[in-house]
Design a protein around this ligand. Structure first.
Ligand code: TRP
Ligand code: ZN
Length: 882
């Protein structure tokens, strides 16, 4: 199971190790450039395994500095050590034995940010998925679980803090100027959950009393001086711990829970047992520097990592093909947490928007893969929207199919049955089969078939018989390696509405199973007949987005308007408004392409403005209604031969038309939604700020002048309002004196706060139009831009490539060339980051031919380059081929 040479790893080749690891005892003598790692590993041969089998341990850029067998130096002919493996022969047949492996590693030179590295003068680790093998030779795979003892020795002045997983055993002075600390984690864990942090950090402390009355020490470590900005994260942590007890019956299981915030990190955060390590972006917040979106992200990610303690750590993955076992389930859990803490409908809308704009394009392009893949070349490239977000949708569908109570029962079975194990998706699904008595064989295809299903619906009403027939057809498109597909078990929540908006009972149905409001679509095509329907119903299909599908259903504007007005499911109301908007945006894009005047349908604008003013709806919901499908959504709907300039221009024209029609509405909202008094990050206030800012955006469109945004910028008392005003100025009036003034003022005010300067980079990188590319190039020369820091790169290069469709997709191809150049520059230092940036090119085939040609050339330039990492090679080849 080695991937370092980029060989394909196949699920079908899985087999358990020949040797069982009993215990791990690690000693680190920390040094910035020469850290000595001594690993004492106790193994025994697995019963029934080949007695001649050698022990093969994984490594990555390692060199062996010592090897003992049961404390005696091992003869050279008994082993072979290379940079990426250590093979030991002639090991005892039955008795346990102890290997002592010494390696010397250089944390300072570790720019990949995998393994042990340095960030801001602090030692820190990232071991998922295969980083532990960069620390010592090890059976670095998730089905090898053991308790760990960790001893850390380091210079005391520079590293007053010495942390690892589990409970603190003790510490003391250790020779001149040094000290040591020992940690023991009694819960058997795979190596990817190992963590070590050493350095000098500030701390915020609290305690949590668990449901059984145990007191847990909570500590969040941040750079000195930033402690006040960690209080919201602490609050989110305590709420997460409580929620997991209340909703899933899960209690924390160590004496201490720690979070460390670091500034160089490849992803959002990592769930290491008892010692989570976070990108500081997802810990630090105060009203002056963090937006409401930042607060919501912090809450969700703190919860996500905490929830991994049970879904991921106590029960882990047998192999990396099972990644969705922990990630899909844990995303589902954090989404549910956020729903309970905030607004369920608004959370669902936000999650579905995100799914459609990020996962649907992945699933419909060259990088499409099943939620549980069967092969990979580089596991780092499978931390995808599909594994995470579609994985969460599949978990959600299980809950929908079996019902909330039975879902909880199935989860209880899962925790009971598999605690302490490394398991598979099949094991997980079986728990819900056992809890419900339902056969989930067909349903499991959701894990195995890639591609977003298309469901086509049509209805017909028979007045004489008082029946309504709903015909449904499903089609799962071909994806790389999967040309044909079987029909899925699709749970579709539905409602039949009468003309006054009331709901018909849907109890008597033939032709399909229906439980509650869930219709089970299992055939390729199926007709459900609803009886006792006294007038032509308006059908609401896929309420709450019960299944992650594309739905094709021709509904009249009047029917959509009725749903938008009367559905009791607020998600469906939002969906209906979106369905009203979309044809207008598609037509606008087509018109803009031929320079035809863009017009907009009155029913749509009326429904939108009605929703915006409806005080019975939460402000956050109304904001979501006003947000309209984005340019990526429009491009996806159009499908092929896309011209990003036309899509952008068309959408801008629609926004201007809405702004003109709704001037008074937006004036009123802008005044009414003020949030006087002290800043509170709570969802209710955040919703008011969001609606007020949405109104400001439309007013700026209506004025077609920067005055109001400039005033908003000057009067802002928090980052949400300040950042929003700056975005309007920079995006809508990029050449104005007001934009230049605001950008400079913002930079000067926050010059010493890298996370806020990232917003400054991102806002500028997001400015629509061809001119932005030069601005991005100039910003790369800015002293605040550090290519070694993933947050900086993502803020500037990532925002440009992923979100700026007109700037990045410049017709002359300069955007693609810029990205290619950056990727080749970053790849030797940080392949994970480079590969992720490259996924911005995944939809290149849907572009019009001139741009598509430029995109292909840029991709081929990357493909031709010497010494590409496996990460980038894997993505570039799939993107070109698929
Ligand atoms: N397990 C982490 C999470 O989802 C993801 C993660 C953090 C990760 N850092 C990583 C994955 C580095 C791969 C590489 O919570
Ligand atoms: Zn996760």
């Amino acid at each position: 199971m080695r991937t370092d040479q980029g060989q394909v790893v196949n699920l079908a080749d899985y087999r358990p190790t020949d040797f069982v690891l009993e215990r791990v005892d690690l000693t680190f003598e920390l040094d910035p450039t020469a850290t000595k790692v001594e690993a004492r590993l106790i193994f025994h041969r697995r019963e029934g395994s080949d007695l001649k089998a050698s022990l093969v341990l994984d490594g990555d850029e390692l060199s062996l500095a010592g090897l003992l067998l049961d404390q005696v130096e091992m003869p050279a002919e008994q082993y072979t050590a290379t940079a990426d493996s250590l093979t030991v022969r002639d090991l005892p047949a039955a008795a346990p034995f102890e290997l002592t492996i010494t390696t010397i590693i250089n944390p300072e030179a570790n720019t990949q940010l995998m393994g042990l590295y340095r960030t801001g003068g602090v030692y820190c680790t990232q071991c998922e998925a295969e980083g532990f093998r960069r620390i010592t030779y090890f059976p670095d795979r998730p089905d090898v679980l053991a308790p760990y003892t960790v001893n850390i020795i380091a210079d005391k002045a520079a590293n007053p803090l010495l942390l690892s997983n589990g409970n603190f055993l003790g510490g003391a002075g250790y020779g001149e100027g040094k000290h040591f600390a020992a940690w023991f984690d009694p819960h058997p864990k795979p190596s990817y959950l190992f963590a070590l942090v050493a350095g000098d950090l500030g701390v915020v402390e609290d305690t949590f009393t668990t449901m059984s009355g145990r007191e847990v020490a909570l500590k969040i470590y941040v750079e000195h001086g930033k402690e006040p900005r960690a209080t919201y994260a602490m609050d989110a942590l305590k709420r997460s711990m409580k929620w997991d007890e209340e909703v899933f019956g899960r209690e924390y299981d160590l004496d201490i829970f720690m979070i460390v915030a670091v500034s160089d990190f490849n992803m959002g955060a990592m769930e290491n047992k008892g010692l989570n390590i976070f990108n500081d972006k997802y810990v630090l917040a105060d009203p002056e520097t963090a937006t409401d979106a930042d607060y919501a992200n912090i809450e969700a990610i703190i919860a996500h990592e905490y929830f991994h303690n049970w879904t991921g750590n106590r029960i882990t993955c047998r192999d990396w093909f099972q990644l969705c076992l922990k990630e899909g389930l844990t995303v589902y859990r954090d989404q549910e947490f956020s729903s309970d803490q905030r607004s369920r409908a608004v959370q669902r809308i936000a999650d579905v928007r995100h799914l459609k704009s990020e996962q649907f394009p992945e699933d419909g392009g060259p990088l499409a893969h099943p939620v549980r893949p069967t092969k990979y070349r580089e596991i780092n490239n499978f931390y995808t929207r599909t594994v995470y977000e579609k994985g969460a949708e599949v978990t959600r569908m299980i809950a929908t199919l079996v019902g909330a109570q039975t879902f909880r029962k199935g989860m209880d079975i899962y925790f009971d049955r598999h605690d302490g194990q490394a398991v598979t998706i099949e094991d997980f699904v079986k728990c819900f089969e056992d809890a419900s008595g339902r056969d989930l064989t067909q349903f499991s295809l959701w894990y195995h078939q890639a591609g977003t299903p298309l469901v086509t619906a049509s209805g017909s009403y028979d007045a004489a018989a008082s029946t309504f027939s709903l015909s449904l057809e499903q089609m799962v498109p071909a994806t790389p390696g999967q040309p044909t597909k079987e029909p899925l078990h699709i749970p579709l929540r539905i409602a039949l509405l009468g003309h006054n908006g009331s709901q018909f009972a849907t109890k008597t149905v033939t032709g399909a199973e229906i439980t509650g409001d869930v219709l089970h679509l299992i055939g390729r095509s199926q007709t459900a007949v609803f009886h006792g329907i006294s007038s032509r119903p308006v059908v609401s299909i896929n309420r709450s987005f019960s299944a992650p599908i594309n739905l094709q259903f021709d509904q009249s504007e009047a029917d959509l308007a009725l749903i938008a007005h009367h559905e009791t499911d607020n998600f469906a109301r939002w969906q209906a408004l979106t369905d009203l908007a979309l044809p207008n945006l598609l037509q606008a894009a087509r018109d803009a392409r031929v320079e035809k005047q863009v017009t907009c349908d009155a029913t749509f604008i009326d429904a939108l403005l009605a929703a915006a003013q409806d005080d019975s709806l939460e402000p956050a919901f109304r904001t979501q209604a006003l947000a309209l499908p984005g340019e990526a959504d429009i491009a996806r709907e159009l499908g092929s031969n896309n011209d990003p300039d036309a899509i952008h221009a068309g959408r801008q024209a629609v926004l201007s038309l809405i702004a003109a029609a709704g001037m008074d509405v937006f004036e009123t909202l802008h005044k009414a939604m003020a949030t006087p008094g002290e800043f509170r990050p709570a969802a209710a206030d955040a919703g008011r700020r969001a609606l007020r800012n949405a109104a400001l955006t439309f007013l700026s469109y209506a004025d077609n002048a920067p005055g109001r945004a400039k005033a908003a910028f000057d009067n802002a008392t928090n980052m949400t309002d300040l950042g929003h005003a700056l975005s309007i100025l920079a995006h809508r009036f990029p050449d104005s004196a007001e934009a230049a003034y605001a950008l400079d003022a913002f930079r000067d005010r926050f010059a010493d706060n890298a996370l806020v300067i990232d917003k400054w980079f991102a806002i500028q990188a997001g400015t629509p139009g061809a001119a932005t590319l030069d601005r991005v190039l100039k910003l790369m020369e800015n002293p605040s831009f550090k290519r070694s820091n993933p947050n900086r790169v993502r803020a500037l290069v990532g925002t440009f490539a992923f979100t700026n469709s007109t700037g990045f997709n410049r017709a002359d191809g300069a955007g693609y060339r810029l990205l290619a150049k950056e990727i080749l520059d970053i790849d030797p230092r940080n392949p994970q980051l480079a590969a992720r940036l490259l996924t911005a090119m995944r939809s290149w085939r849907s572009l019009e031919p001139v741009r598509a040609d430029h995109a292909r050339s840029a991709l081929m330039e990357i493909e031709r380059a010497n010494g590409l990492s496996t990460d980038v090679r894997d993505i570039v080849e799939r993107v070109l081929k698929g």
